[in-house]
Design a protein around this ligand. Structure first.
Ligand SMILES: [Zn+2]
Length: 276
């Protein structure tokens, strides 16, 4: 019985870590023999649970920092920057995106976002959200439907601080998703339409994300328009998804690359989806 529960635990931990980080499950399997040996010695009064966790974290981090990037490059994917600097004003919404290996893209996509960050009038960093895992085309980056080939990345919209008027160099929610720029009265309202057709998932992330930060930040129409036009005019970009009411509000009707993603996806008035 103990062997069975032990095996089930290994399968569950392996699966969760693989779903969240792709390589976390393998790091766990690499750690496990050492962890079991430490546990045996613990019976004689040796290592604590925290020390075992520290060992796993060390193996995982070493893999994430030093092993995965060169291997991913062989596979045709490179990591997006962990921090903004002078050459590339790009940063993740949260460092957890990088720690979870969800920031890998094809080199062309990294170059595209990097170029764009330097072209923007305002000296603000572009904030990226989920991109792709380092390996295996078709391996899903949940909960996204299509971030599975190195060719997709989500960007945050650009906001200003309501009080200071300064551009916010950050996402306005914990992971960058869920705080929405809702349809105004009289604007097209796809979220309402999609939910009316039974697509319950369409606004799910918004419903579970606190919206109080909206009062502190204001959606900057001019900068978001500039960002989207630069993206749409770039020959490397294939498609851009935002909510139709924002496309209308920002006057992007003649830009065919800016599209509606369909009711079976989730709403895109909290982020911009870009793909090659
Ligand atoms: Zn996306």
């Amino acid at each position: 019985m103990r062997i069975l529960t032990g095996a089930i635990r290994i399968i569950v931990v392996f699966s969760v870590l693989t779903i969240l980080t792709q390589i976390g499950g393998l790091a766990y399997l690499a750690y496990k023999p050492f962890g079991l040996a430490m546990r045996k010695r613990n019976k004689a009064g040796g290592f604590s649970r925290w020390k075992r966790f520290g060992l796993f974290a060390g193996i995982y981090l070493a893999g994430t920092l030093f092993v995965i990037p060169p291997l991913a490059e062989l596979y045709g994917r490179v990591p997006m920057p962990w921090f903004a600097n002078e050459e590339q004003r790009i940063k993740p919404a949260t460092i957890l995106t990088c720690l979870a290996n969800r920031h890998y893209v094809r080199p062309e996509l990294k170059a595209l976002i990097s170029d764009l960050s330097l072209q923007m009038e305002e000296e603000a960093a572009l904030v990226y959200l989920d991109a792709n895992f380092p390996f295996l085309t078709g391996f899903p980056l949940l909960p996204h439907k299509s971030h599975d080939d190195g060719e997709k990345i989500d960007l945050s919209f650009i906001y200003r601080n309501t009080q200071t008027g300064e551009v916010v160099n950050d996402a306005i929610s914990m992971f960058g998703y869920g705080v929405t720029e809702d349809p105004a009265r009289g604007e097209m309202n796809r979220p309402e339409e999609c939910e009316g057709k039974g697509h319950w998932q369409y606004s799910l992330i918004r419903r579970i994300t606190p919206q109080w930060r909206k009062e502190k930040y204001v959606f900057d129409e001019a900068l978001n328009r500039e960002l989207l036009i630069r993206l749409a005019k770039d020959g490397r970009v294939g498609k851009i998804f935002i909510e139709p009411h924002l496309k209308q509000r920002l006057g992007l009707d003649r830009h065919g690359k800016v599209r509606f993603h369909g009711c079976s996806a989730v709403r895109h008035d909290d982020h911009i989806h870009v793909q090659l």
